[in-house]
Design a protein around this ligand. Structure first.
Ligand code: NAD
Length: 472
């Protein structure tokens, strides 16, 4: 791939900076492009452009904003192949998964556009009719991580723009290329200033979250950063949506069909090289099926092809960046040093690229790092339990509460366990299938607020009630 130097989009125009940030392909460690390091003055320009565009966008008929989302979806599909290649090169995921992300984003934004905002009318108060509708907030600052850079950006762009807000969005400095290209393609599809995309280093996120010209922050990333975002947003009481980390438990009951669940459960942990907020990060297995499931997971692992996401047949790409690579390797080393047994993986990779073979740790102690910490990489502990009550208690003993899953052939038993997990999302016999139609919210320290569903859409609005007096 030729080195790529995309510009930012500010006020509908290309904007470059005096300084540039390298973007590295995690499969080869080669620099594949550079993106502008946004200055504070340029961020001010982007926020001013979003503010200037806001009144006209707010007053644009709803149907026209729905149509704008349709144009974004169409642009994604028309340029899917180009965006897919950029995404694999910068993020590492296999080409098929990159295409899946672009297509899912296009579909998602099309579905979001079908929503109507509810209007509530009450005459309960004598002499007064009260009408509540949902009005936009103003300028939204959006901050996106590096695991699903395009899809997670669209989760914010779609509802924010549909409800009449304008936006300044910051991708992760590790994965800015596809997002900048998309913004470039959208320059003539949206009014200038409605969608601004800025890229920069460590200082840009804090500048955005403390900016007095921004009314809401929609953030996806780690819990540690989420805390900083919340503190910074307090200055002008910005509205907040925080989608944060997780340490999701999968609970496998004794009545499962081991061969049927092994493959979906394996990919629940290893899809996107484990870099999924709702990946299965701790797998609790009833002792009566533990050995059979362990053997079945090892069989699935044998067929995994790890490598550069552009190579034919590859299903497991690299870890996305060096920092995360070192973190995941440290967790593997910690398990090795502690004498844990590896059912598969656990080894080192000596070629170029940030590769970690899929690693399953055999029943490590509950207090070990690999159980207690969010790995966010291709390593997962398989944990044996004798008593279901104990498994539920262990699953819930976490500061996180993002999601979880229950695996059972008995729907009633599974539903009972699902209801007792202290998480915002629970799947039964599946994982990771989020939808534009249902609320996605993190419980405990996995989040604050909601994305997706009508609840998620309404987070980009504030209720306005108009009371009209009339003769009683
Ligand atoms: P991160 O918190 O390091 O970075 C996320 C984004 O925040 C990046 O764009 C980064 O540049 C920016 N940022 C960093 N410091 C900032 C600051 N002080 N102020 C404002 N912005 C700042 O997270 P990451 O490493 O990119 O992503 C991995 C984490 O994200 C994992 O914990 C994962 O579970 C979580 N995640 C959560 C969800 C979800 O929906 N709940 C989805 C994907 C990822």
């Amino acid at each position: 791939m030729e080195p790529y130097h995309p510009a930012m989009t500010i006020d509908g125009k290309a904007a470059v900076a005096d300084r540039w940030i390298d973007v590295v392909n995690p499969a080869t460690e080669e620099v594949i492009g550079q993106v502008p390091d946004c200055s504070r003055a340029q961020l001010d320009e982007a926020v001013a452009a979003a503010r200037a565009a806001y009144p006209a966008w707010r007053d644009t008929p709803y149907a026209d904003r729905q149509a704008a989302l349709g144009r974004i979806a169409a642009t994604l599909m028309t340029h899917a192949e180009e965006l897919q290649r950029l995404l694999t090169a910068e993020q590492g995921k296999p080409l098929a998964d990159a295409l899946g992300e672009i297509q899912a984003g296009a579909w998602w934004i099309g579905e979001v556009a079908k929503n109507e905002l509810p209007v509530t009318v009450t005459d309960a108060m004598p002499g007064q009719r009260s009408t509540t509708r949902h009005v936009p907030l103003g300028v939204v600052g959006a901050i996106v991580p590096w695991n699903f850079p395009v899809l997670l950006a669209l989760w914010k762009i779609g509802p924010a723009l549909l409800t009449g807000n304008t936006m300044v969005l910051k991708p992760s400095p590790f994965t800015p290329l596809a997002t900048l290209r998309l913004a470039e393609l959208l320059r003539d599809q949206l009014p200038a200033g409605v969608l601004n995309i800025v890229t920069g280093g460590d200082q840009l996120g804090p500048w955005l979250t403390e900016h007095p010209g921004i009314d809401k922050i929609s953030f996806t990333g780690s819990t540690a950063t989420g805390r900083r975002v919340m503190a910074s947003a307090a200055a002008n009481l910005k509205r907040l949506t925080l989608e944060l980390g997780g340490n999701d438990a999968a609970i496998v009951l004794d009545d499962v069909d081991v061969d049927a669940i092994a493959e979906p459960l394996f990919w629940a942990a290893f899809k996107n090289s484990g870099q999924v907020c709702v990946a299965a990060k701790r797998i609790y297995v009833d002792a009566r099926v533990y050995d059979a499931l362990a053997a079945a997971l090892v069989r699935v692992a044998r067929d995994v092809a790890m490598g550069d996401g552009t190579a034919q047949g590859v299903t497991l790409g690299p870890v996305q960046n060096r920092q995360q690579f070192e973190r995941v390797k440290a967790l593997v080393a910690d398990s090795r040093d502690a004498g844990h047994r590896f059912l598969t993986g656990g080894g080192e990779w000596d070629g170029a690229g940030y590769f970690v073979p899929a690693t399953i740790v055999d029943n490590p102690p509950e207090q070990s790092r690999v159980v207690q910490e969010e790995a966010f990489g291709p390593i997962v502990p398989l944990l044996r339990f004798d008593d279901l009550e104990d498994a539920i208690a262990r699953a819930n003993a976490s500061e996180y509460g993002l999601a979880g899953s229950v695996w059972s052939s008995d729907p009633a038993r599974a539903a009972d366990v699902a209801a007792r997990l202290e998480t915002g999302t629970v799947w039964v016999n599946s994982t990771q299938n989020l939808t534009p139609y249902a609320a996605f919210a993190g419980a405990k320290q996995s989040g604050f607020g909601v994305e997706n569903g009508l609840e998620g859409l309404l987070e980009f609005t504030t209720p306005q009630t108009i009371h009209t007096a009339h003769a009683a």
